[in-house]
Design a binder for this molecule. Structure first.
Ligand code: DX5
Ligand code: ZN
Length: 217
C-alpha cells in the first residue's frame, strides 16, 4: 500500500481552521482528534466541528476518538461526515459489533491501542478492521516525544497482518516527524499522523511532501 500522510489539526490554529485545512492540500486524510476529558485529560471538539470540516474540504476525515463510551458515539461521527472512524479498544465494550456498525454506516473502521495495550489479544479481530492505530505517545496531547519502545509492536502487528493476508492499514500517531518516520515505515507502518511536524513547519504542505518522501524510502 502506498504511504499516506495524515496531518493532525490538533496542532493547527483553531481560530482559522478552514485555512489551516487548505494549508495541507495534498494530504491523504485530515486527522481529527476528538477528546472528552475522561478517556484522556484533554478536551477538543465534537460532531458539530466534524460536520463543519466535512463541508469545508474534500480531503476525507480520519476521526480519532479518544473518548469513553465509544460504542455510543463512534457511529455519530460517521453521520457527521468522517470517512474513517478510529475508536480505542480500551473504551469500547463491544469492539467487533462497533467495527461492523461503522462499516455498515459506510466508513472505514479502525481500532487504536494505547502504548501499554498489546496487539496479541486482538489478533482475531483484525479481519473486522480497515485500519489499526498504534499510539506512539500516550494519547491526549500533541508535541510529545516519540516512544521508540513501540517499534517492536509495530513490527509484530505488521507480521500478523501479513500472516492473515489482510489489507489492513497500519497507522502510527504521536511524535511522528522527520527524525522518526523512517523507523516507523521500516517497522511496517503505512499511514502516518503528524501534528506538530506539519503545523509547526513554516510551509505545512511542504512538510507533508517531505514526510512522504522520507516514508517512501
Ligand atoms: C495525540 C493525538 C495526536 C496528536 C499528534 O493524542 O492523537 O494525533 O495530534 O501530535 P504530534 O504529531 O505533535 O505528536
Ligand atoms: Zn490522533
Amino acid at each position: 500500500m502506498a504511504v499516506q500522510i495524515n496531518p493532525s489539526i490538533l496542532s493547527a490554529d483553531f481560530s482559522r481552521l478552514a485555512e489551516e485545512v487548505k494549508a495541507v492540500d495534498g494530504a491523504d486524510w485530515l486527522h481529527v482528534d476528538v477528546m472528552d476529558n475522561h478517556f484522556v485529560p484533554n478536551l477538543t471538539l465534537g460532531t458539530p466541528v466534524v460536520e463543519a470540516l466535512a463541508r469545508t474540504t474534500d480531503t476525507p476525515l480520519d476521526c480519532h476518538l479518544m473518548i469513553e463510551d465509544a460504542d455510543r458515539w463512534a457511529p455519530q461521527y460517521v453521520e457527521a461526515g468522517a470517512g474513517s472512524v478510529t475508536f480505542h479498544v480500551e473504551a469500547a465494550a463491544a469492539p467487533v459489533r462497533l467495527a461492523r456498525e461503522i462499516r455498515a454506516k459506510g466508513a472505514r473502521a479502525s481500532m487504536a491501542l494505547k502504548p501499554a495495550t498489546p496487539i496479541e489479544p486482538y489478533e482475531d479481530l483484525l479481519p473486522e478492521l480497515d485500519m489499526l492505530l498504534i499510539m506512539t505517545v500516550e494519547p491526549g496531547f500533541g508535541g510529545q516525544a516519540f516512544l521508540d519502545i513501540m517499534l517492536p509492536k509495530i513490527r509484530r502487528t505488521r507480521e500478523l497482518i501479513s500472516k492473515h493476508g489482510l489489507e489492513l492499514w497500519l497507522q502510527v500517531d504521536g511524535g511522528v516527524s522527520a527524525s522518526t518516520i523512517e523507523q516507523c515505515a521500516e517497522a511496517g507502518a503505512d499511514v502516518f499522523v503528524a501534528g506538530s511536524a506539519v503545523y509547526g513547519a513554516s510551509d505545512p504542505a511542504a512538510a507533508v511532501r517531505a514526510l512522504r518522501t522520507q516514508a517512501e524510502r
